[in-house]
Ligand binder design. Structure first.
Ligand SMILES: [Fe+2]
Length: 384
């Protein structure tokens, strides 16, 4: 329960203590959910403050594995390093990456490892840190966190985990050599354009091949992170055991994060669909063990995640299920248009055949940010 300014409260909150008029008449009982009508009543009686329960968030403690500021700091460092490498390329500097940059990347890995060390319950939600223009950097940090989690769960030792994390953080460094118009191109790439983009693993390897401060493991990850077990990947079309196990970790985490975050050329897909696609891939193209370890060690929708159901209702995850990650128990707001009433309902998505989670929203967002996100969603619907 908290006190809130009437002018700032969001529709959907619940009155936690009775509200009386200046004359002492009862205006609202405890438990009334605030809708437009209720809000007008409060304003008409010049009530400035009321006690509210946040109807959606009550009793829910949102959890996150890594502090947001740590993630943001990591993204900034990765951007800085990529910019440096690009600058060196343009200036014709032979060794594309400086010793200082390698040190910066090592520090980021150490920091992320330290953050993850104390995490008792492995819960990770891929946070939308900044806009899609920073996609490559944000993606690199997300893939690193996921790869550390998986490598740890698979029993790799500390030194190996560090090398894998370095590879994950730098896996797309070769993209600095590909024209950014291609990387950011909305819509489908032509055959030739795709071939150019598919050079990024080799470019990355070339850039870092001679750097002594980087391990063989790290360099192999950069070179081979797009290889697939059935030979359909690039640059070499390697098969099965030709692809080292530590590379496969980054491949799966890379695909998972790419599918579940917004890109310039398409909006992110719902997580349940990404999981279905990965599960199909796990049969013959990616390492099934890595896939199941990833799934078993991350919470796709941790408790407290804001969700949007396929019928447009908004809600919050109440109970997460590791066995059925796309189908948690959720608390949603029902907005009855005719009566203007709003109430809160618990829905077990495992019991529902027709409802699924379409998207997520930031529970910490301000009213304005929520409105903006809703408008963005509506325009997507209009475009689709
Ligand atoms: Fe890549």
């Amino acid at each position: 329960m908290k006190s809130a300014r009437v002018s700032e409260i969001l529709i959907g909150n619940m009155i936690a203590e009775p509200v009386y008029s200046e004359q002492g008449n009862l205006l609202l009982k405890e438990g009334v959910v605030i809708n437009k009508h209720v809000l007008n009543k409060l304003l008409a009686h010049e009530i400035d403050y009321v006690y509210i329960f946040d109807a959606l968030m009550e009793d829910i403690e949102p959890k996150s594995l890594i502090r947001e500021e740590k993630l943001e700091e990591s993204v900034r460092v990765v951007k800085h390093v990529f910019d440096d490498v690009l600058h060196n390329e343009r200036m014709g500097v032979k060794s594309g990456i400086s010793k200082r940059d390698i040190l910066l990347v090592k520090n980021v890995v150490d920091e992320l490892l330290r953050e993850l060390e104390n995490a008792e319950n492995i819960l990770y939600t891929v946070v939308d840190l900044i806009g899609t223009d920073a996609y490559t950097y944000k993606h690199s940090v997300n893939v690193t966190v996921l790869s550390i989690i998986v490598a740890k769960a698979l029993g790799y030792d500390k030194a190996d985990i560090k090398n894998i994390a370095m590879g994950a953080l730098l896996h797309d460094i070769g993209k600095v050599r590909v024209e950014s118009e291609l990387i950011l191109k909305p819509g489908k790439l032509t055959f030739d354009e795709r071939k150019r983009v598919e050079k990024h693993p080799s470019y990355g390897y070339e850039l870092l091949e001679a750097i002594e401060g980087l391990s063989y493991t790290t360099k192999q990850i950069i070179l081979l992170h797009h290889e697939k077990l059935d030979g359909s990947g690039y640059p070499y079309g390697l098969r099965g055991i030709e692809i080292p196990p530590y590379v496969r970790i980054v491949t799966v985490c890379d695909m998972y994060d790419a599918m579940t975050t917004d890109r310039v050329y398409r909006n992110k897909m719902p997580i349940y669909r990404a999981l279905d696609i990965l599960m199909a891939e796990a049969i013959y193209r990616i390492d099934p063990e890595v896939y199941s370890v990833l799934l078993g060690n991350i919470a796709v929708y941790p408790e407290g995640t804001g969700i949007i159901l396929s019928d447009g209702r908004i809600g919050v995850v109440m109970k997460y299920r590791h066995k059925n990650p796309a189908r948690p128990i959720v608390r949603v707001l029902n907005n009855h248009l005719l009566s203007g009433k709003i109430n809160v309902e618990l829905i077990d998505l495992e019991q529902s055949q027709i409802l699924f989670i379409e998207d997520v929203w930031d529970v910490k967002a301000t009213k304005e940010e929520r409105l903006e996100a809703a408008q963005k969603r509506n325009s997507r619907v209009a475009i689709n």
